[in-house]
Write a protein that binds this ligand. Structure first.
Ligand SMILES: Cc1cc2nc3c(=O)[nH]c(=O)nc-3n(C[C@H](O)[C@H](O)[C@H](O)COP(=O)(O)OP(=O)(O)OC[C@H]3O[C@@H](n4cnc5c(N)ncnc54)[C@H](O)[C@@H]3O)c2cc1C
Length: 480
């Protein structure tokens, strides 16, 4: 029996890894591989930079059990074929992904390998359950979150935690590997990389530590604190989940345990994990989720499509004159993440007050989020814009000032990220000037930004366009 290739993609961990566990259990030599194919080359600047950190960490973990991460560059099918030829491997295992490009690639590779007698097998591990497992009564996919959640609970999640293999049989001779440094995955970040490094931790060990800390403490207050933008009231697990440095099943299991011990926030946290699941369910069943308006009729909505119109540029640069939005957009530049509440308000402002196509915002996040996840990003943008599945109704136009009063009542979040106007700004706010492109020519001596749009004007413009689209009256409730 030849070696088994374990092809890592968005599952950069050793624990709870069914494909790796199966390979290790086989007793055959195991060849862990990561391939820089076009799905990697096409990553945005921050996700690619973050991936490099994840791969460094995975290499170290594998070395710790006497193994190695082999790096190859090129089309995945060619790279796998080369490795099979070089090593005599006769099995390739991987963890399933659900976005259209990955599914298409994986299907073709599986068919081709199988036709040549290679044992090509995909395993679960990226989600809590398979997107095909949950079906409506009529047998179709879910389009609304609440019944999806109820079905998930009804069907139950199989919690099968797997320890990392203690050792794995190495091949007789390791095949050649490229050098991670030579890929320079972080190059798109340019000067922002040094700033991000101060805020980002990566790897399975860090992920498990983060989960422990959260499940043993903050989870209790999660329900009441999760919307407060200046609090670290959420888990901060999204970058780890995005690259699979921790399994969703482990997060779920910890939350279950906390819930059984009476934690008041655990149930809410589980519902959030289910939003991630719902996003992948949608993307699996509606592969255009990231490209096309999900609801019919929205193609004729008069979105602004200009990426660099001055008001859109002000949004990107955190200079809209609305503190909650500007703080959020700067948090993104400095840390590669943004609080969920702030994501919703910033996305609402772009798509509604500035009437800008949600795909402009989606692409900006795709470049800047270290937790970028194709399904959650697409669902988030379409949800906020009002054209997506189970979307917030279009007339729900968040008012950034009201939202700031509710969720940043003492202005701590704004002060943490916006330096202008402060006599002694904190280092987090100063970091922004170091992270952003020099060509933006923004500096501390600038006057604080003045509002780029009157909120009432932006709101009525958006509602008028919406009522033209739907034929409904503009006289809609103000729920912002
Ligand atoms: C416009 C927009 C874009 C977004 N883009 C992304 C993205 O690219 N990647 C991403 O992981 N999340 C995205 N989200 C969802 C959400 O903002 C983040 O998952 C959350 O802020 C991560 O912080 P946390 O890990 O502390 O979350 P917690 O509150 O601790 O939640 C735990 C986990 O549940 C999942 N989760 C929570 N809320 C959501 C949600 N609304 N949708 C999907 N999953 C959720 C995440 O995996 C998260 O790590 C987006 C939301 C919006 C409104």
């Amino acid at each position: 029996m030849g070696p088994v290739i374990v092809w890592f993609r968005r599952d950069l961990r050793l624990n709870d890894h069914p494909a790796l566990a199966e390979a290790a259990r086989s007793g055959r030599p195991v060849l862990p591989v990561f391939i820089r194919d076009k799905s990697v080359v096409g990553l945005g600047a921050a996700p690619a930079w973050r991936l490099e950190k994840g791969l460094e960490s995975l290499s170290r973990s594998l070395a710790g059990i006497g193994s190695r991460l082999i790096l190859r560059n090129g089309d995945a099918d060619d790279c796998l074929d080369d490795l099979i030829l070089e090593t005599g491997a006769d099995a390739v295992f991987w963890t399933r992904l659900y976005d259209p490009a990955s599914k298409q690639r994986d299907r073709a590779i599986k068919a081709s390998l199988k036709s040549r007698g290679v044992d090509a097998r995909s395993f679960s591990g990226h989600l809590l359950t398979e997107p095909v497992r949950l079906r409506t009564k009529e047998g179709g996919p879910f389009r609304v979150y609440s019944p999806f959640w109820r079905a998930m609970v009804r069907e139950g999640i199989q919690v099968d935690l797997m320890p990392a293999p203690k050792d794995m049989r190495p091949p007789e001779r390791w095949p050649a590997s490229e050098k991670l440094e030579a890929w320079n995955l972080g190059q798109g970040m340019r000067r922002g990389a040094a700033v991000l490094s101060r805020h980002v931790v990566a790897g399975e060990e860090a992920a498990l530590e983060r989960l422990d800390q959260f499940a043993e403490g903050k989870i209790d207050g999660y329900k009441s604190n999760r919307d407060l933008v200046s609090e670290a009231g959420t888990s901060g697990l999204s970058p780890f989940l995005s690259l699979g440095e921790v399994s969703p099943v482990r997060c779920w299991a910890r939350a279950m345990h906390a819930s059984e011990s009476g934690s008041p926030g655990a149930g809410t946290f589980m519902k959030e994990l289910a939003w991630r699941e719902f996003a992948h369910h949608l993307m699996h069943h509606f592969p255009d989720l990231g490209h096309r308006n999900w609801r019919d009729g929205w193609e004729s909505f008069p979105w602004n499509l200009e990426e660099n119109r001055p008001d859109v540029l002000a949004w990107k640069q955190g200079r809209t004159g609305y503190a909650l939005i500007d703080a959020a957009m700067r948090e993104l530049q400095v840390t590669g993440t943004m609080h969920n509440r702030a994501r919703m308000v910033a996305a609402s402002f772009l798509t509604k007050h500035l009437m800008t196509d949600w795909r402009v915002g989606l692409r900006w996040f795709e470049q800047h989020l270290v937790d970028w996840d194709t399904a959650s990003n697409a669902m988030g943008w379409q949800w906020v814009a009002g054209c997506g599945p189970d979307a917030a109704p279009f007339f729900r136009i968040f008012n950034p000032e009201t939202q700031a009063k509710k969720f940043d009542p003492d202005g701590r979040y704004a002060r943490r990220w916006i330096a202008e106007g402060q006599a002694d700004p904190p280092s987090t706010a100063m970091d922004f000037f170091e992270a952003i492109p020099a060509r933006w020519q923004l500096s501390l001596d600038m006057a604080p930004a003045a509002p780029i749009v009157e909120l009432a004007d932006g709101r009525s413009r958006a509602l008028a366009a919406y009522s033209r689209l739907t034929g409904k009256s503009q006289d809609l409730p103000n729920v912002g």
